[in-house]
Design a protein around this ligand. Sequence first.
Ligand code: 13P
Ligand code: SF4
Length: 311
Amino acid sequence: TLQKSDLQEQVIRLKKEKNAVILAHYYQEPEIQEVADFIGDSLELAKKAAQTTADIIVFAGVHFMAETAKILNPSKKVLLPDLKAGCSLAESCPPEAFRELKQKYPDHVVVTYINCSAEIKTLSDIVCTSSNAERIINAIPPDKPIIFAPDKNLGKYLIEKTGRKMLLWDGACIVHEAFSLDKLLELYKAHPQAKIIAHPESEAHILKVANYVGSTSGMLNYVKQSPNHTFIVATEAGILHQMQKDVPEKILIPAPAKEDNTCACSECAFMKMNTLQKLYNCLEKEDPEITLSEDIMHKALIPIERMLQLS
Ligand code: 13P
Ligand code: SF4
């Protein structure tokens, strides 16, 4: 087995040889982020996927992100280092049950958070991410009722922000629901000068005490622009790598998780299924590859393109 730096060199060599591009989410391991061509939030990565001229897209992220890249590039090879890298939000929303709900409310506009399967996207009128969700909701005619799926926490936040009537699917992100409000407030008492920043997948009580709520890229920009020196960061801990690189002089404290969590902060076990070794293996063997039927790709593209036009 190769050492980290050798593996990284091999990955960089292979991606040049094969004209491949590596897109990585902020929640990926630092050693993966270091070999990526682009690091971003889910919207930025979808945009990069839509624009790339590479022959192969290696998606260092989770399954729904790689699927989105495939839908945007049906003729390209899209690789995911571990096909089991799922998402609790995507899993919470099975197509059959969702189809039933949709049939009960035929007059509703269906907005789905990008954290869902390609099949759910085929049942959707428009897709959104955490960075454009408010804009997407506001673009829907005000008299139209809305079904929002699968994240109930983001949904509740959007109802509060936009005042719209929305029927919410009962899904949640296990990583963002792991934050403890009590521990967060205790930490804040010890650092009263800190600003609390949170991802909108967090529960309402966490969002209520946050000074800033936004996507991963939104949080990074906030920290860069803020005159403040200390931040308590309520999102997946992987973001701290890029954030600390951007603001080396500032103090970043991960928001604490509940007692029963596997780590003191909160990490996404799905995101962490991708390792540098698996990234190398998949680029070398060009496998595992994302495959979708023509029909699903064709139908799922429509709500994704609507989102990109509005973003
Ligand atoms: P972003 O849109 O902020 O990248 O969020 C993606 C995600 O999976 C958050 O848990
Ligand atoms: Fe899904 Fe949450 Fe992991 Fe993001 S952090 S991929 S929403 S489980």
